[in-house]
Each structure stands twice: as C-alpha cells, then as structure tokens.
Write a protein that binds this ligand. Sequence first.
Ligand code: FES
Length: 198
Amino acid sequence: MRAEDDTAGPGPERMELGAGVAPTDDETTRRQFLQKVACLGLGGCALLGPVVAGAVVVAHPLVERRGSGLLVRLAGLDDLPVGGAPQLYQVLAEPSEAWLKFSRRAIGSVFLMRTGEREVSAFNSACPHVSGPITWREETRDFFCPLHESRFAADGARLGAASPSPRDLDALDVELRGAEVWVRFQNFTPNMAQKKPV
Ligand code: FES
C-alpha cells in the first residue's frame, strides 16, 4: 500500500512545494488556510510566554525561603474562624525552589487554628513519633494519630501518661501579614524528644 503511494507521482502536498507550479484555486485556498493555522500557532506560542511567566509570578509570592524552612502563605485570616476546628493545609514546593531538586509537589501539611482575633497556631501534621498522619477529632477536640494512638491537646501538648510520641506536636512559627497567614514550614526528625529540623 505504502509502496504504491510512493510511486504514484507527486500528490497535492508535493505540488504545493514544487517551484514554478501555478497553484490552482483549491491549492491557494489550502495555502491560505495553512498560513492562518501557522499564524494562530505562532500567536499561541506568543501567548504561552505571558501565561507561563504569569504562573511563576503568581506562585512566587506564596513561598519564600529565609533562614531555615520555607515561609509559606497558607491562608487568609478570614478562612479561619476564631475558636473553630483546625484546618489542614498542604504545603507545595515550587520548582523555583531549585534546592529541593524536584518539581512541584506536596512536602507536608500544616494544621492552622485561630485562637484569637490575631492569633493563629500552626502544627506540622506529621506525628512526632514516626510521622503518622495526625487528624483532628472534633468530638473530643484533640489531635489523634491512628498509627499508635498518640493524642495531643488543641495546644499541641501530649496527652496520656504512656504516649508513644516522645514530644508534643511540632509547632511552627506563624507570621500574620495583614490578613494573610504565613507559616515557616519545617519537618523534624521523628522519634526524638528534642525538636530537630531535618
Ligand atoms: S506514628 Fe503517631 S503514634 Fe506512632
């Protein structure tokens, strides 16, 4: 089938590329169509620049690296009702954070809890025991790790005399900038009494 096509002489595409061959009306229409497609394609490429740049520009103010950890804008104050249940926020690392050596992905999550008009506490959601996923239990108003059943009070303090967790929940620094809640996100070495950044 293919061999037949190759020996069949120039098809419409080859005619279009041939020098000195006067285009028929159909070919002219087709060529104009192709030119329009090419223009649209180039326009699309021209548009792509600003869109990508815009995404980077938008993403950048959400993450700053200063000192240890990542300073991340996680929420607006209005997202957190005073005295309400803690809200869980995922922390995403941007590719612009070259030191992280991977493309954008979740590197952890943080519980935010608004305890006053301008007071917010933040806890890393990884259990200090062996990094189990901490959850909030509204009925008992405590943090709970289903892996080995560590429990923590709303202020992050360990509950229970024989808690598997060697320390309280890992509190994170919070900065309020106007109505924005920024958190210095860090992970800490599990299963140690001291809070040691990894
Ligand atoms: S990992 Fe949470 S109690 Fe063990």
